[in-house]
Ligand binder design. Structure first.
Ligand code: NAP
Length: 247
């Protein structure tokens, strides 16, 4: 019997880590819904790269921080594809600044996209996964959420929040065959870290036992494993992919 093609949704897959995860899951055989918010052309480029490698994908815009828009997005994907097997909560932003100077807007916006966005997606995908009695949910946290980082109180709070959200969802959904895990990357070369000054980059590298920044593909490998059949007995975990930073 031919096995059913899995459907994966990757949020924020227009660039960086999200794009690498989308490419990897497509290579693993899934149809990938490449979610984006602002970067339409980059999302189309992700789809193009997947198709060029022999995979299948589509780009769909949705601001994951919007509860109702996320509900409509998952309803539409479930109706058109009949199933959603994998959700990767990857969309994320930074608005760095020292605590004493951080504006309320910068705090709220980071929490809204990074944490509430992940909640919105888990909340709305769970309806379909509960019906299927199967699913894999993987959220991208950060070592900053485990260790803290000066200048990133909002970001670290959102990433630590993802860990609590992951563990609660894992406990709630386990009896229905749904696993929920988090991946916590260290420093990875993407647009998000390209803005760091040479001095900050040097200081960051000095904290990494392996001595270098990771690649988006390093994170994609961990997500691919957690989304696979082989990881069926793993739930509620936080897998640090960080060159040894948070050991
Ligand atoms: P990036 O290159 O800046 O890409 C961020 C992605 O998130 C983009 O595709 C962006 O899409 C999407 N996004 C932002 N707001 C969104 C929204 N409201 N709705 C839907 N999509 C949205 O970042 P990255 O470095 O690849 O990071 C990916 C994830 O890994 C983030 O959660 C980040 O916090 C985490 N992480 C990164 C590092 C690192 O060193 N790079 C380390 C630890 C954790 P549009 O451009 O289309 O809006």
């Amino acid at each position: 019997m031919e096995s059913v093609k899995r459907t994966a949704v990757v949020t924020g897959a227009s660039r960086g880590i999200g794009r690498a995860i989308a490419l990897r899951l497509a290579k693993d055989g899934a149809f990938v819904v490449v979610n984006y918010n602002g970067s339409e052309e980059s999302a189309a480029e992700t789809v193009k790269q997947i198709e060029a490698a022999g995979g299948q994908a589509e780009a769909v815009r949705c601001d994951v921080s919007d509860f109702e828009a996320a509900e409509a997005f998952f309803k539409d994907v479930a109706e058109r594809h009949g199933r959603i097997d994998i959700l990767v909560n990857n969309a994320g932003i930074t608005r760095d600044g020292l605590l004493m100077r951080m504006t309320e807007e910068d705090f709220d916006q980071v929490l809204r996209v990074n944490l509430k966005g992940a909640f919105n997606c888990i909340r709305h995908v769970s309806r379909q996964m509960l019906k299927q009695r199967s699913g894999r949910i993987i959220s991208i946290s950060s070592v900053s959420g485990v260790m803290g980082n000066p200048g990133q109180a909002n970001y670290c709070a959102s990433k630590a929040g993802i860990i609590g959200l992951t563990k609660s969802a894992a406990r709630e959904l386990a009896s229905r065959g749904i696993t929920v895990n988090a991946v916590a990357p260290g420093f990875v070369d993407t647009d998000m870290t390209r803005v760091l000054s040479d001095e900050v980059r040097e200081r960051a590298t000095a904290q990494i036992p392996l001595g270098y920044f990771g690649k988006p593909e390093d994170i994609a490998s961990a997500v691919s494993f957690l989304a696979s059949e082989a990881a069926g007995y793993i739930t509620g975990q936080v897998l640090c992919v960080d060159g040894g930073m948070a050991m």
